[in-house]
Design a protein around this ligand. Structure first.
Ligand SMILES: Cc1cc2nc3c(=O)[nH]c(=O)nc-3n(C[C@H](O)[C@H](O)[C@H](O)COP(=O)(O)OP(=O)(O)OC[C@H]3O[C@@H](n4cnc5c(N)ncnc54)[C@H](O)[C@@H]3O)c2cc1C
Length: 344
């Protein structure tokens, strides 16, 4: 499907994929409306730790390891994407700490991935190339920037899109040329686009602590990461197949114990649990591109790397909708790569 210049675009979802896409599309001169019934930031994007961390993800997440080069390309798009925005990208890197045997195994994984053998005198390993940002702040900045460029926001959900008619949860019907589905883990029944049926949920519980360092390197240990900030963030659970957002102290207790093992002074900290649900495909990469359903473009399935991948995904969507070359990563993210029938 091709869109014409000046096409009206609806975006379902105001998470990082939806907002980054809205920004990219309004920058390209298209009129955009973002629909999302949730309060700003009340989604996976808002609870995320904000790490833009290709190296750590490749080392610690088996599903991300084959995609290291693509994840690095995605990270490298960030500075230009936020050039005129008030989004600070911290480029401090990551320190991996733990007992010697465990560190040895991590060091071997790092070596197998071809990552540099940086380490400190105490034996901790350094991944200097990983970045991060304040996710909630960046989300608000994206929303304001898109709004200033003319993006309209509506606090309702999208229930269907047929022949250019977009039906909203309040019963209204509006006409659009295309719908970008950036609905995260929510729309997995295939109703808005059949390709979403391949998505699986992964519940993530994360802790925000009332104390801990506000600045410095991210620290990764066995089963935990600690992101300095105000508040400091300790994450995160990976609960495959779970899509509820209820906080469960029993599930986050091991995170807290692992954090205290690295930083005993955190023992007296008060932790607040936040919960988000990631959407994942079988190969760990999102679905980006045209659906088999006419007029529907997918930008879903970010797994653990929605923040890292957002400028790449937004750029692909903007390229498709303005009939430009989507570039070298388009094929690997093809929204229809899991279709049972080969694409016609
Ligand atoms: C605990 C945790 C920590 C994480 N840490 C990181 C990290 O450090 N770095 C990183 O890169 N990634 C991280 N992630 C992953 C990242 O948060 C997700 O991949 C990313 O936020 C997904 O963004 P999204 O826009 O696709 O979905 P979401 O942020 O979930 O947004 C989807 C939006 O769509 C809306 N919606 C749903 N259905 C409809 C509908 N029918 N109509 C309109 N709107 C609809 C929802 O209300 C929601 O607001 C983390 C995730 C979790 C859970």
């Amino acid at each position: 499907m091709e869109t014409v210049s000046g096409a009206r675009i609806a975006v379902a979802g105001a998470g990082v994929f939806g907002l980054a896409t809205a920004l990219a599309l309004t920058r390209a001169g298209l009129p955009v409306t973002v629909f999302d019934p949730a309060a700003p930031g009340d989604n996976a994007s808002g609870v995320a730790a904000g790490m833009l961390a290709p190296a750590s993800e490749a080392v610690f997440d088996e599903a991300s390891a084959p995609h290291l080069a693509l994840l690095r390309r995605a990270r490298d798009l960030w500075p230009a994407f936020v050039e005129e925005l008030d989004v600070e990208i911290l480029q401090d890197g990551v320190r991996i700490e733990g007992e010697a045997g465990w560190l040895c195994g991590i060091g071997a994984r790092r070596q197998a991935l071809g990552l540099p053998d940086d380490r400190e005198a105490d034996g901790s390993l350094i991944l200097a190339e990983d970045w991060r940002l304040d996710a909630l702040k960046a989300l608000a900045t994206f929303r304001t920037a898109a709004s200033r460029l003319g993006t309209r926001f509506e606090a309702v959900s999208i229930t269907s899109f047929e022949n250019g008619a977009l039906t909203l949860s309040d019963g209204r019907v509006e006409r659009f040329d295309a719908l970008v589905l950036a609905t995260g883990a929510a729309a997995r029944d295939g109703a808005l686009a059949p390709e979403t049926a391949v998505l699986a949920p992964i519940k993530g519980q994360i802790l925000r602590l009332d104390r801990g360092p506000a600045t410095g390197l991210v620290v990764r240990g066995a089963g935990v990461y600690l992101c300095p900030g105000a508040p400091m963030v300790v994450g995160a659970t990976m609960e495959f197949g779970q899509d509820d957002r209820s906080p469960e102290p029993a599930k986050t207790a091991p995170l807290l114990r692992a954090a205290e093992a690295l930083r005993p002074d955190l023992e007296t900290a008060t932790a607040t649990i936040q919960v988000g649900v990631r959407a994942s495909t079988a190969d760990g990469l999102p679905l980006v591109g045209w659906s088999v359903r006419p007029g529907v473009m997918l930008a879903v399935g970010a797994r653990r790397n929605g923040w890292l991948l957002a400028p790449l995904v937004a750029g692909l969507v903007a390229a498709y909708l303005t009939n430009k070359d989507p570039g070298p990563d388009a094929a690997r993210l093809n929204a229809r790569r899991f279709d049972k029938e080969p694409e016609a």
